[in-house]
Design a protein around this ligand. Structure first.
Ligand SMILES: [Zn+2]
Length: 569
């Protein structure tokens, strides 16, 4: 390993064919060369390390090649190509504008532009980080760019396209380089590893690619670092230690604890990770992604989105088989909410632990027992179709289903108490929601079907209904923009912004409630519509209110009032 050459340099592509992850762009360039449609100026934009300069060099070599291949690649054998490959061609000039950005630098470049090439057809001038040129250098350069000699081609490269003057942009053919995908990077790293006689686990290369965030050059330099650290045997374990990446094994351990309802264990694992110096939010967002990956792994159709080595894939598959979809939906939702609240939280550790407790509860036996009970009740009703068909009619004539609370704390006795053929209307609970805690068998609705559902299920059904409202476009938008919250006892709370929206929703509420009850197989659903508290406060009617509203937006107003002794009448 003594004469180790930096991989980023050694494996710099020498043909368009070997450029990683920029297929459509290199194809366009090749076509332009093949059809002899060359522009005098190109602008290559894109993040660092994605192949801008490399492509510029290949481009310069290719257009000077004496024997280009039919596909439009350089032959790499002719005099010109060899000179290029040995970095002694006079037909390519590179200027790094980050360090040479003065007028003098540009002037000496312009001097050279006049001299035609001795061999080959074109002289190519690559100006890297062109946005760094000083204003006067830019101006000096612009003249040359306007009237270049026919043998001169400029390739300007930049990571910050928005800083390029419009006068320059309008004179260039623009190529946008994209970030390189993880898969493309892993493939290329595998190739480099093979060439170097280095063994590498796919998961390890995956971690490197993720760490490099779309830049091949970074990926290769991390690769080199890991090679020297591991002595040529790149394992997942070595990589995460060397790069300080959180081991996904921890997530499997946490999930295992959750699935066994071992809150304490999951907290100990969290504590272990935190002690290793990982950031709490990083752990939480990682956990959310982990649940998402499990969901992806569950479905044979989406598993292709999931590019890891076989050993890890098996592990995901095994764990995914232990989780039902509902658990995963809720787990993603809970961890995502925790992630969103993390920054604002004062006790971040507690918030993280609370998440673990909630996750454990999703799977705790008591929870399941309760659900099972509900399920059996539903089943027994569902089995008898004459009964099952009827719930729609239980609230047929009520003007305000908002108040039609169907109390279903404990549906079992209710179902037993009532003969099937009594299709009674659901009873009102005049005392409102306060009494719901104390289920009263006599007051209970006889034909309740109470299938538990998640807020996600609710949102989906809600959207489906909204999509049917093509005639009532305002209401549709109101519904899509104001997703309901699921409260206790299947009460659904919708907050809207103004009285018009409130009225429109209330006018729709009977059929909406009926729809949701049917879709979610839950007759207990009731809908509450109200205007957000924020807005009821913020609607300013009087001058004083208007003034206060303005002050809340700009505090200095009140000092102005004091200063100038103003008052409102
Ligand atoms: Zn050649």
């Amino acid at each position: 390993m003594e004469d180790y050459i930096v991989s980023a340099r050694k494996y710099r592509p020498t043909t368009f064919q070997s450029v990683v992850g920029q297929k459509s762009l290199t194809t366009t360039l090749k076509n332009a060369i093949r059809n002899n449609k060359l522009a005098h100026a190109y602008l290559f934009c894109g993040p660092r390390g994605v192949g801008k300069t490399t492509c510029a060099r290949i481009f310069a070599k290719t257009i000077n090649c004496f024997n280009p291949t039919p596909e439009g690649d350089a032959c790499n054998a002719c005099e010109s190509c060899v000179a290029f490959n040995e970095q002694r061609s006079y037909n390519i000039h590179e200027l790094d504008a980050a360090s040479n950005n003065s007028v003098d630098d540009i002037r000496s470049l312009i001097e050279q532009v006049r001299i035609p090439p001795q061999i080959g057809k074109y002289k190519v001038y690559i100006i890297d980080e062109v946005h760094m040129l000083s204003q006067s250098a830019f101006n000096a350069f612009l003249k040359t760019l306007e009237e270049p000699p026919h043998h001169a081609i400029f390739v300007l490269a930049t990571t910050e396209k928005h800083k390029i003057l419009p006068t320059i942009l309008s004179r260039c053919q623009i190529y946008d380089f994209s970030r390189i995908s993880i898969n493309d990077m892993v493939d290329h790293l595998e190739y480099v590893a093979r060439q170097e006689g280095v063994t590498a686990e796919k998961e390890a290369l995956n971690v490197i690619a993720q760490k490099a965030d779309g830049g091949m050059r970074d990926a290769l330099s991390i690769f080199d670092q890991v090679v020297s650290f591991t002595g040529g045997n790149i394992t997942y374990k070595a990589v995460i230690e060397n790069l300080n990446v959180l081991d996904y094994e921890y997530y499997f351990k946490i999930l295992d604890a959750i699935l066994q309802d071992k809150v304490g264990n999951s907290m100990l694992i969290l504590s272990e990770i935190l002690e290793k110096g990982f950031d709490g939010q990083h752990i939480i967002s990682g956990l959310a992604s982990f649940f998402r990956d499990l969901l992806v792994a569950k479905d044979p159709q989406t598993i292709v989105l999931f590019e890891v080595g076989d050993a890890v894939k098996d592990k995901y598959l095994n764990f995914a088989a232990r989780c039902d979809n509902k658990f995963l939906y809720k787990a993603i939702e809970l961890s995502n909410t925790c992630d969103l609240n993390y920054r604002a939280s004062r006790n971040k550790r507690l918030l993280s632990e609370l998440l673990l407790i909630q996750l454990c509860q999703l799977n705790s036996p008591e929870e399941n027992d309760e659900e099972d009970k509900k399920k059996t009740v539903i089943k027994s009703i569902a089995a008898d179709t004459t009964v099952f068909e009827q719930p729609k009619t239980t609230v047929p004539t009520q003007q305000t289903p908002i108040s039609s609370s169907a109390v279903t704390q404990n549906p079992q006795p209710a179902v037993k108490a009532v003969p099937k053929n009594v299709m009674s209307v659901s009873l009102k609970n005049p005392a409102g929601h306060q009494e719901e805690k104390k289920p009263d068998v006599a007051k209970q609705t006889q034909l309740d079907i109470v299938t538990p559902f998640s807020p996600l299920d609710l949102h989906e059904a809600w959207r489906r209904y909204a999509e049917t409202l093509s005639e009532k476009i305002h209401l549709k938008n109101t519904m899509l923009n104001n997703l309901p919250a699921l409260k206790e006892n299947y009460r659904i709370e919708v907050l809207v912004y103004n009285p018009q929206q409130e009225q429109a929703l209330k006018d729709e509420i009977i059929s909406l409630a009926e729809f949701l009850r049917k879709e979610l197989k839950n007759t207990s659903i009731i809908i509450d519509v109200s205007i957000t508290e924020e807005n009821t406060k913020k609607l300013a009617y009087t001058d004083k209110e208007k003034f206060e509203l303005l002050v809340s937006k700009n505090e200095s107003l009140s000092s102005l009032v004091k200063e100038f002794k103003l008052r409102l009448d």
